[in-house]
Design a protein around this ligand. Sequence first.
Ligand code: LLP
Length: 431
Amino acid sequence: MVDDRQPCAGAGTPEFHRRGGALWCEDVPLADLAARHGTPLYVYSRAAMQRRLAAVRAAFGPDAIVCYAVKANSVRAVLQTMHAGGAGFDVVSGGELRRVQAAGLPTAQVVFAGVAKERWEIEAAAAADILAFQVESPHELPLLASVGAQLGRPLRVMLRLNPDVDAGTHAYISTGKKDNKFGVSLAAAGAAVAAIVASPWLRLVGYHVHLGSQLRSVEPYAAALAKVEAFVAGDPARARGISHYDLGGGFGIGYGSGDPLDVAAVAAALLPRLRARGWRPVVEPGRFLVGDAGVLLTRVLGDKPQGGTDFLLVDAAMNDLLRPALYQAEHAIVAVAPHGGPARTVDVVGPVCETGDFLARRRDLPPCAAGDLLAVLAAGAYGASMASNYNTRRRPAEVMVAGGVARVIRRRETFEQLLQNEEPFDEPTAS
Ligand code: LLP
């Protein structure tokens, strides 16, 4: 059989490609999945996730610990895919830890960041004997120490430093500037190290830096390490017992314009410096591993020219994919089976009652009509995991494709599930 596979413009990974003009995921036509499971529908390629994970592991070497950032996409099948590819997990809540455990996956390579951890979360992670707690502020230290004392063993901690490095990314996803709430400033970090070292219930095993998301160059990673090195040089106690350096996640992807971050270049810039100190690298990518591996399928409901704008009404909305509304994120949108004809500039909007409910604005799309299918590309990260029930909409179903087989990995929510926690409220009777 002739393989007429063509790349799909805007898709960051070859698993999403065209055959006979139509869009496929691996060996499955996306139109079939939409027909079988309805829309809006998230579709993921397992092979795309595996390939990205393998690339990160190859770049950072066998000694590195790759902790997949669960928040990017936390459905069980994705966690299993990451574990099968050799990853541990970066969690930021007791709930994310619960997901790892519920999937039956080991917790020995779990790191737990989070700017305000609660006692129950620390207790659960300590009981799971995770690799390390990423300490984000001095107020956590007595809490961590008291959980260690309760268990009768010291907890391993890494200190998250805020190096005041500009990651050059959207303000809402920048975390390593001094006015962000994350990490401990270098000015306050000396005292934090002293407090950790002084506690018999805490063991300082590393430093952690996460600068933000969607970084596209090596420089911020190198600049952050330089600041950490300078900090460590300030006092021998700061280097004692340090075995790990967690350089964070934030590896950027193309989103239809430009290339993903060159992770091999980041590794090449940092690894010799880490090796010289005997520090084992830890990385926490989320988006890079799953972003390009997923699309959101949505069906066109109709057309509405109004006030000089051509609105294309679709059945996916900001509750399904929040990124355009929240960060002005630009996701490429393509027709699953394009008709010929001149492109038209449209705003792709959903049914939610908000002017901010758009998937794209001023976008050139081929002509489409009610019933046509569109694919929002690079929606595998922070899509389903940020979905909500706003406007009492059910969160979408999710499908994982592996070779020629597509399996539902999360069913579409039901209205019964949406209502199940509500209690009847009897009107108080007037006395
Ligand atoms: N490590 C820490 C401590 C983090 O806070 C994050 C993301 C990551 C790793 C993973 O970052 P990634 O490699 O995925 O960029 N909702 C936003 C992104 C928020 C990221 C929050 N922290 C978005 O849709 O762009």
